[in-house]
Design a protein around this ligand. Structure first.
Ligand SMILES: Cc1cc2nc3c(=O)[nH]c(=O)nc-3n(C[C@H](O)[C@H](O)[C@H](O)COP(=O)(O)OP(=O)(O)OC[C@H]3O[C@@H](n4cnc5c(N)ncnc54)[C@H](O)[C@@H]3O)c2cc1C
Length: 337
């Protein structure tokens, strides 16, 4: 293990920019380095937290364990035919750089996921999604190491148990498995996905939008809607969009005409959490250094020197109001550490 640092400051390594420290912070450049870390007595019995770019984490305390930060930056072409390519990408790549790289090489599919902060390794953990696409649609397999046994594993798409912003890796807990790389299948023939209404509207005047056009439009929509993390600390959507049965959604719509919902498989419906929060009067509201972003009610912002605890307390007030008004319990997308 090249770099293990003690009492490591995380303030600038989480996009909420809240103060926190890790007892140990280890960077991982090669899978082989893990063996040393896992066998060293001094680290035995300490919990792990695998951390990419810290863009979906909220630290409310210091972390009394080992933060493992993958920096693996290897790519491999595994297979190519006239339609598709199968590629390996190390977990340490910046996600958006990887998307750019693929597009520049003429490998398509990830363009709708442009501009999402974070790393390649976190993408399958979170099953990142945006503008009508989820990464699970392109993941062939995930490579990694079980941190409880040291065993190297390759999980195929089915074994990843992908769901809405979740996967087997997330369900097992953030210290039990480190993703070292992801195998993607991408298209060589451009085929754009404009199923997301806002994206379709933005592309309306274009004759034949290419994947590169889609990336540009997605980045523009994101720029208009979301705060710039280099100016305002945030972690994107703080809450998930709640899933309820279609009958519950229909009953709620009777009571709250205008409430949007989107039918999902198995008689379920997704209700936009942002709409629920907005109806409770929270959009744009600010208390001290914590607030809700003015153009996106799902995003909680650190306007200056808020602590993780203050952000969490603010989020809990929102949950309480939504629960009282709609009888819906919001689930956090952001992971609290
Ligand atoms: C402005 C903004 C906009 C966003 N927009 C979107 C969006 O449109 N769609 C979307 O889905 N998300 C979005 N997010 C959330 C975030 O970008 C994603 O969740 C991203 O995948 C997190 O990547 P990360 O490397 O920062 O992971 P971290 O925040 O460091 O970690 C997140 C989780 O993944 C685990 N993890 C990270 N790396 C690994 C690894 N190599 N092996 C095992 N576990 C790992 C961590 O333990 C943790 O549980 C947004 C965030 C921000 C700040």
């Amino acid at each position: 293990m090249k770099m293990i640092q003690e009492n490591f400051l995380l303030d600038k390594l989480n996009t909420f920019c809240v103060p926190a420290k890790a007892r140990y912070y280890a960077t991982l450049e090669h899978v082989e380095d893990l063996e040393e870390l896992l066998s060293a007595m001094r680290y035995k019995d300490l919990p792990f937290l695998v951390m990419g770019a810290g863009s979906n984490l909220l630290f409310v305390h210091d972390f009394d364990g080992i933060i493992l930060h993958p920096l693996i930056k290897e790519t491999r072409l595994i297979h190519e035919d006239e339609h598709d390519v199968v590629l390996f990408a190390g977990s340490g790549f910046n996600w958006d750089d990887w998307v750019t790289d693929c597009l520049e090489k003429g490998f398509y599919g990830l363009e709708n996921l442009s501009g999402i902060p974070g790393t390649v390794g976190a993408a399958p953990v979170q099953n990142i999604g945006a503008y009508g696409v989820e990464v699970e649609d392109f993941v062939v397999a995930v490579e990694g190491v079980d941190l409880t046994t040291g065993e190297q594993l390759i999980l195929d798409n089915e074994a990843c148990h992908f769901g809405y912003r979740t996967s087997v890796f997330k369900q097992k807990g953030s210290g039990s498995f480190v993703v070292t790389g992801v195998i993607f299948r991408l298209r060589k023939v451009p085929e754009v996905n404009l199923s997301y209404p806002q994206l379709a509207a933005a592309a309306e005047t274009m004759r034949n939008p290419s994947p590169v056009d889609v990336r540009r439009l997605v980045k523009e929509i994101r720029r208009q809607k979301l705060p710039d993390t280099s100016v305002f600390g945030n972690a994107g959507s703080f809450f998930k969009n709640p899933l309820v049965s279609k009958s519950v959604a229909a009953a709620l719509q009777q009571e709250f005409p205008g409430m949007p919902f989107y039918p999902q498989p198995e008689n379920m419906a997704k209700i936009p959490a942002g709409w629920l929060i907005e109806q409770c009067g929270w959009k744009g509201r600010r208390e001290g250094d914590v607030g809700i972003w003015k153009t996106q009610a799902l995003v909680i912002v650190n306007y200056g020197h808020a602590t993780g605890e203050e952000i969490l307390a603010f989020s809990e007030k929102i949950c309480k109001d939504v629960d009282e008004k709609f009888g819906i319990t919001l689930e956090r997308e952001v992971q609290v550490v």
